[in-house]
Design a protein around this ligand. Structure first.
Ligand code: C5P
Length: 220
């Protein structure tokens, strides 16, 4: 069978950056499952759909074509219904739509096979919230990344400051704690580690150190 390394964790744990680097290092395929939910969110926005209309969002999930392109020198591009939506995918609007859409069980079910189709030789690094628990429960390698709320707030603070957005550390920390509570208590796909996942706390660790620890899970 084709090996899979699942990397799950809360936002701000460094999942995206680490998963991409590890995939490149192993020369395996990479699945950004959050991008699928975000892509549906963007498509729903283009179609002016109501985020409370679950039926319309489920139809939108079936109708939306999502493609990934990996240029030799650049970042992954996400193509939604033929349009490059890479930049739009990263907006807060897309994130909020993604999280509303991700709470609909029929949407999650519809995306199951599409996510599993990424499992191709020589292997796959799958990044998300339920990769090790729901999508690839049989994966031989599972990692659960965490970081303290303070560290995640600090990372977010730096990102936003670089973009010229003015925020306070206090406000960000409160937002992150509120989101953690929401994520842990939501009834649809609550964030939890797979029982066989290796936990890695990235608090105070640099990117290279985390990449090293994750690679050690695959090749100890
Ligand atoms: O990871 P990212 O921030 O791109 O994910 C966007 C949203 O999609 C998250 O807020 C989460 O609610 C949802 N999601 C999910 N399951 C995944 C990946 C993302 O529910 N496997």
């Amino acid at each position: 069978t084709i090996p899979v390394l699942t990397i799950d964790g809360p936002s701000g744990s460094g999942k995206g950056t680490i998963s991409r680097l590890v995939a490149r290092r192993l020369d395996w395929h990479y699945l950004d499952s959050g991008a699928l939910y975000r892509a549906i969110g963007v498509a729903a926005g283009w179609a002016d759909l109501d985020l409370d209309d679950a039926g319309a969002l489920v139809r939108c999930t079936f109708d939306t074509e999502i493609g990934f392109q990996e240029p030799e020198d650049g970042d992954l591009r996400v193509i939604v219904n033929g349009h490059d939506a890479t930049d739009e995918l990263r907006t807060e609007t897309a994130g909020a739509a993604a999280s509303a859409i991700a709470a609909i069980p029929e949407v999650r079910a519809a995306l199951k096979d599409r996510q599993r189709a990424f499992r191709r030789p020589p292997g796959l690094v799958a990044d998300g919230r339920d990769m090790g628990t729901v999508i690839f429960p049989d994966a031989p390698y599972k990692v659960f990344l965490t970081a303290s709320a303070e560290e995640r707030a600090e990372r977010r603070y730096k990102q936003l400051k670089d973009k010229g957005v003015s925020v306070t550390m206090d406000g960000l920390l409160r937002e992150i704690l509120a989101r953690d509570a929401r994520d842990a208590s939501r009834t649809v796909a609550p964030l939890r580690p797979a029982i066989d996942a290796v936990h890695i706390d990235t608090t105070g660790l640099g990117i290279e150190a985390v990449v090293g620890r994750v690679l050690a899970v695959v090749a100890p």
